[in-house]
Design a protein around this ligand. Structure first.
Ligand code: ADP
Ligand code: ASP
Ligand code: MG
Length: 408
């Protein structure tokens, strides 16, 4: 008898029929004698609708109230799911984040889980009930409702699995597993049987939304094996696990892309100590996260500084920086929203030379200009024009032999 945590995403619970289908799947596992804890997302599109409502009310919704509003989406799903289970003759109990005791910090909209109580869930399981838990939400120490950031139900599921010491955490979604790249963009993408936590962390942070990044951080920290699989088939999915020796044989295991960043250049910045701090400190204070940063070599004591920020922060950043630029005597601030970051990822890169060169050559052959580059031990990212994203993903996928798993 196993303790299984399953998570179903928005598309898996997008209608009454779909929720009934999920209830049937969960009951099947329950009938085998397994104890079932089910984390649900809001029905597809609901969280966006709630955010839209808030913006109809005011241009800049209060963050505390926005969390109260957004958290309602998941409440609907777990209530309907429990009704479905009960109507099928089995016992169930739905629980909100605060009822479970999911404690977070107070960063509304992006709260971090700090602690999870398990008593209530175990009590309900003892009563032979199927327990459903609202994903994406928690409670801060003052008793305010918080949400964990978009895609946060994945994190709820993995954190619950860690806290309950579950045997497995299954993430059910609308694709059959983690692919070499987004299968909705590249039809030749191949499903992987295994991926390491490290690679999955990079894939998630570089734009592959199949798993939310914090869920992978949790899984890695507490060694929770994740099985990513489809709600709509019984096919075996992808196991996200610790790195094995075999994985190092493969140089590049996946490609990710992110169209949600914008590029900002501050030109002719005086090249002297304290300038980077003067530029980035106001952004940090405003909660704006800067990603890639490139500084050119200095000519006559002046340099250009280029970096990327989330598109959502672009206008705010441009406004801040035009003041900063004046203050430090820089020439001007230029912005470009039509960019994308395309990244290749693989733990095998650590020991293989020539990977970067192959990436650059492949893009060059298609006449795709590289505007920025950043590397780490297991990834290389290039910023390119947004309109070339799909093309870049496809040609890189082919160049690195990801389709059939044979690589240089
Ligand atoms: P859910 O609502 O179930 O949480 P998401 O939409 O958040 O589902 O994540 C699933 C989507 O992630 C897929 O439909 C797919 O388009 C996208 N995706 C991006 N990169 C990958 C990848 N490497 N493998 C699988 N899916 C990916
Ligand atoms: N409903 C939330 C969202 O749409 C959380 C989730 O689905 O994981 O982002
Ligand atoms: Mg998701």
């Amino acid at each position: 008898m196993a303790l299984i945590v399953q998570k179903y995403g928005g598309t898996s619970v997008g209608s009454i029929e779909k929720i009934q289908n999920v209830a049937k799947k969960v009951i099947e596992e329950h009938k085998k004698g397994n104890r079932m804890v089910v984390v649900l997302s809001a029905m597809s599109g609901e969280t966006n609708k709630l955010i839209e409502l808030a913006h109809q009310m005011t241009a800049d919704p209060d963050t505390r109230e926005l969390d109260v509003l957004m958290a309602t989406g998941e409440q609907v799903s777990i209530a309907l799911f429990s009704m479905a289970v009960k109507s099928m003759g089995y016992d169930a109990c739905s629980l909100l984040g605060f009822q479970v005791g999911i404690r977070t910090d107070q960063i509304y909209g992006k709260a971090r889980i700090q602690d999870i109580r398990t008593e209530r869930v175990f009590q309900e399981l003892e009563k032979n009930r199927i327990v459903s838990i609202a994903g994406f939400q928690g409670l801060d120490e003052e008793g305010n409702i918080t949400t964990l950031g978009r895609g946060g139900s994945d994190t709820t599921a993995v954190a619950m699995a860690a806290a309950l010491k579950a045997d497995v955490c299954e993430i059910y979604t609308d694709v059959t597993g983690v692919f070499t790249t987004d299968p909705n963009i590249c039809p030749r993408a191949r499903k992987m049987d295994y991926i390491s936590y490290e690679e999955m962390l990079e894939m998630a942070s570089l734009g592959a939304k199949v798993l939310e990044i914090r869920s992978v951080e949790f899984a890695k920290k507490f060694n929770v094996p994740i099985h990513v699989r489809s709600t709509f088939s019984n096919e075996r999915g992808t196991m996200v696990v610790s790195e094995t020796k075999d994985m190092e044989k493969i140089t590049v295991s996946g490609i990710a892309f992110n169209k949600n960043e914008a590029r900002i250049t501050i030109s002719k910045v005086p090249d002297k100590p304290g300038i980077a701090a003067a530029i980035f400190n106001p952004l940090v204070k405003a909660g704006i996260v800067v990603d890639m940063i490139v500084q050119n070599t200095s000519e006559e004591g002046l340099t250009d500084l280029t970096f990327t920020v989330a598109k959502a922060d672009f206008y705010k950043s441009m406004k801040f920086l035009s003041d900063v630029a004046k203050g430090i005597g820089a020439e001007k601030v230029l912005g470009d929203e039509n960019i994308a970051k395309v990244s290749i990822i693989g733990v095998g890169m650590r020991t293989h030379a020539g990977v970067a060169q192959k990436m650059f050559t492949t893009l060059a052959k298609e006449n795709i200009n590289i505007m920025m580059i950043s590397t780490s031990e297991i990834k290389i990212s290039c910023v390119i024009e947004e309109k070339y994203t799909e093309l870049a993903v496809r040609v890189l996928h082919e160049a690195f032999g990801l389709e059939n798993g044979t690589q240089i």
